[in-house]
Design a protein around this ligand. Sequence first.
Ligand SMILES: [Zn+2]
Ligand SMILES: [Zn+2]
Length: 319
Amino acid sequence: MHRWILSHALIPLAIHHAYVSYMGKLMGPISTFFVYTTSTLLTMFDGAHLFRNLAYSYGVLDGDKCQRDDVPGCGVRTLFDSFFLSTISRIMLIFLSYPIDETPASMNLVWLPIEISLYGIIYDFWFYWYHRLLHEVDGLWQYHRTHHLTKHPNVLLTTYFSLEEGVFSTLACPFLSWSSLKFMGLPMGLSEWWICNSYITFTEFAGHSGVRVYGSSPSPLTWLLRHFDAEIIIEDHDLHHRNGWRKSGNYGKHTRLWDRIFGTCYARIECLERNIDYSNQVNLPLISIPFRSHFVSTKLVKNDWPKRGRAQVDPDGTE
Ligand SMILES: [Zn+2]
Ligand SMILES: [Zn+2]
């Protein structure tokens, strides 16, 4: 997972660095925005293919009872808007927070593993309380309801949320996390924050993929969190979606640390220790976008999923 995340996150940084090195001048704001936005969109596109292929190969959680939800016809515009909003707003936030003359060459490689480790945990603290309040405060549920219309999400529904929720989750949580780490004295330079957010995006995709594998959040501290039964896996956020409104739990999306501390963890159903085959490891291909076999793979999925009775999100559902 680290290999996949870093290989994708380093592409725009490498282009940025090469431009500054060979041109001998700073990259302009429009060029910078274009490089990072295009790279992010391609990464998300590749990630969507990755998890879709994994679901096709390894099956999906709760698959013997329910099928994965499809994007509803009336929700395509919502999905499109929230996808671009979450992508662009996060990039703009990162670049507006730094002086234009900061380049990837200033990345602090010594602090980077520590920043990646702490960022996911601090991010999840802010996300936990923001998310829990959305569930438990009556007036706020309306902003989170859209995201919960799917009980069995697939990876395409990761960014299926209302515009209000999209703005807050893609701006406030990253900004509060960045501020917290700065306050703790960590350097959190531009490139380091970029890589930290790449880890966050990957975990969010994984958590909505429904893939039936024991896939934990790719934090360098996962081994320590696992020691306290506080690491998050794909099934944990999947269980959150199966339980709506006030009956919910598993509010964290990057660890289970805060759910453990505040007593809101769900018991796992399928990914129990006795069910895990550690001898079967899942290797992630670095590129999943089917450049050459695009039409073949699309045909396979489209022909197969309807046979399994693909469901749609319930547009009138509240729980
Ligand atoms: Zn929720
Ligand atoms: Zn979700």
